[in-house]
Design a protein around this ligand. Structure first.
Ligand SMILES: *Cc1c(COP(=O)(O)O)cnc(C)c1O
Length: 396
């Protein structure tokens, strides 16, 4: 079947929940992907911050092949070797003592919300259940996580939402402090807002939020589904602020493309979950855990984080040059290889034009171009992307 036939078949058989670009991608290697007609693209979307090691990373491919020949799946009624190994790798390299595995970011955040409530219920009283989250945040598409997401466009048409959520502007400590009540059990936020447009808070913000949490005896939950696994130049973005959260959620890049999610916590908090409180059939399955272990090990071993920081700085410098050249660019910002270019105009046309020239990028909130390339890109890749973007902007 050719691409036109596949697209027709897609609209006949698949629910209309995504606005898709008219290409069918069939192959990937490192920062490149190819469509069904053999056209090559530089992929600065990377599955939306998923393929941090690039497509089909050899170590992840090998781990999956090996595991597929040994054991795909067994229930969590039994001990799972690869799960234990990934849990140890994550706890050895983070603030956390314990992990719970699931299959997606939304599920990880569901688990975090449940753990925060359970911890508060057990330790602080049943009337302490409220979570404060941020405006323009994004936490997923389940009922609890669209409630946690501080953007009406994701909630519209799906009411009634869950009880017990309050929203405050990101990076506003005063608003946060005034939103706290006797009912508050936790604050949940992204260290850098992703879907909200790559919004980076002030340097001291997270540390101050930590102080507020300590003062009021509330939990700090960081949603690192997008920022985690090296994206911002550290394994986890909270590390930039010198503080430790109480709970952290991961997904996207955790399996470098294999679906894996995780919720991690300090022991004292994790203890609130006992057998029967939470579960997932596929969560932590041998195949997913093999991918996760290979991916996280590769990120830690191969100078990937260092490359991410260096390339992030270089990319930002090049974007700033473009900003100097084009008045429609309002702002450029980034942390590691999570970058954005805020425009005066709708970004959709620019994204389409870039695609036609062989560069995949995406757009958040209508006017912000987002760049989340694999962390293994080099200067040439960045120069090529900037060249295409320059070309597209010039043509306007
Ligand atoms: C993508 C994302 C989610 C949702 O993850 P899914 O795997 O799509 O459920 C949650 N939080 C953040 C910060 C994200 O970027």
């Amino acid at each position: 079947m050719n691409d036109k036939e596949l697209m027709a078949l897609s609209s006949e058989n698949i629910m209309n929940t995504y606005k898709r670009f008219p290409i069918v991608l069939v192959k990937g290697e490192g920062p490149k992907v190819w469509d069904i007609n053999g056209r090559e693209y530089l992929d600065f979307v990377a599955g939306i911050a998923v393929c941090n090691l690039g497509h089909c990373h050899p170590q992840v491919v090998a781990a999956l092949k090996k595991q597929a020949e040994e054991l795909f799946h067994v229930s969590n009624l039994y001990y799972i070797e690869t799960q234990i190994k990934l849990a140890k790798l994550l706890t050895d390299n983070s603030f956390a003592d314990k992990a719970f595995f699931c299959n997606s970011g939304a599920e990880a955040n569901e688990a975090a919300i449940k753990l925060a409530r359970k911890y508060a219920h057990e330790n602080l009283g049943a009337d302490k259940f409220e979570l404060i989250t941020m405006k323009d945040s994004f936490h997923g598409r389940t009922m609890a996580t669209i409630t946690a997401t501080g953007q009406e466009k994701f909630q519209f048409g799906f009411t009634p939402l869950l009880d017990g959520f309050k929203y405050v502007p990101f990076n506003d400590l005063q608003a946060l402090e005034s939103a706290i009540s006797v009912k508050t059990c936790g604050i949940m936020l992204e260290p850098v807002q992703g879907e909200g447009g790559v919004i980076i808070p002030d340097d001291r913000y997270l540390a101050k939020v930590r102080e507020i949490c300590d003062r009021h005896d509330i939990l700090l939950i960081v949603d690192e589904v997008q920022t985690g696994i090296g994206r911002t130049g550290r394994l986890f973005a909270y590390e930039h602020s010198g503080i430790e959260p109480d709970i952290m959620t991961l997904a996207k890049a955790l399996g470098n493309g294999f679906p894996v999610g995780a919720m991690l916590a300090k022991d004292e908090i994790a203890k609130a979950f006992t057998p029967g409180n939470h579960a997932s059939t596929f969560g932590g399955n041998p195949l997913a855990m093999a991918a996760g272990y290979a991916a996280v090990s590769a990120i830690l071993q191969e100078g990937v984080l260092d490359n991410c920081r260096k390339m992030g700085e270089y990319f930002l410098t090049q974007l700033k040059k473009l900003q100097g050249k084009y008045r429609i660019i309002n702002a450029v910002r980034g942390k590691g290889l999570m970058l954005a270019c805020a425009l005066d105009i709708e970004g959709a046309d620019i994204v389409n034009e870039c695609m036609k020239r062989g560069l995949l990028i995406n757009c958040t909130g209508g006017k912000t171009l987002r760049f989340v390339p694999p962390l293994v890109i080099n200067r040439n890749d960045i120069d090529r992307a900037i060249g295409i973007l320059d070309n597209v902007l010039e043509g306007r």
